[in-house]
Design a binder for this molecule. Sequence first.
Ligand code: FES
Length: 316
Amino acid sequence: MVDPTVTTLRVESKTRRADGVVTLQLADPLGRRLADWAPGAHVDLVLPQGVTRQYSLCGDRWDAYSYRVGVLREPDGRGGSAYVHDELWPGDLVGVGAPRNNFNLLPSEQYLFVAGGIGITPILPMIAQADLLGADWRLLYGGRSRGSMAFLDELEVHGDRVRVHPQDEAGLLPLHEFLDEPRAGVKVYCCGPAPLLDAMEAACAGWPRYALRIERFVAAHEGPPALEGPFEVELARTGATVTVSPGESVLDAVRTVGADTLSSCRQGICGTCETPVLAGVPDHRDSLLDDDARALGDCMYICVSRSRTPRLVLDL
Ligand code: FES
């Protein structure tokens, strides 16, 4: 189905920022203001052939008339980033979804930011906000080499708050040294490739619960589903019931009985398909909900999550 939140924006400029990284500046062709967003937010870019990709907003959140996204060329990707790099140019139009935020910057007086590669993009507006609010913050930024690390020029103004750590010069990120001892009241934000996020989760094991917040661009690996066999899903608004077979997603199953549910990543990382749960116990398999939200069980991401009980009732 067509996503009503997608608007058509024009590429105002395209700028090379590092090896394999470009930024796009996007604006409404008629100069209208854009939907508001906060640090940590991402948008969908809707590319030809219905390909949709999520990119963090990395520009000035107080600029109401343009968005900036940073795009890494992914040689093993499914073609979205190659299209942006090779075929999208200033003046072209592109579908852009409304900003969504699964990686909010929570209030704190002290932040530690860790970014790996293109994971710097959601961190940039967080730094701007932390700076504006006078918070104490530091950034550890790693990448394969200096040439592959975008926005080093923009980060220079922050002096020794920013520690740049190219792997070919300095090895792996010194996470334990950077984090130091666990401390209450410090918020730790990390974005980057999965091995870095896994290493951060291990390094922050002794920190207060929820001190660490991460954003995954690739879904975390989940074990086998709680129920091996099929289960039933009832759509409370229409009364329809559908059986979800083992190889099928809840999203696909409910669409066969007429549910108008939006989706984007289909990996449990973007938040588009969030659905309220009225009865039954979901088997959460997304990369978005924390342990408390999972235990609450009142919503689920139906592109990946399944059921622990023979029947689920959803507010659809
Ligand atoms: S479609 Fe992205 S979380 Fe379900």
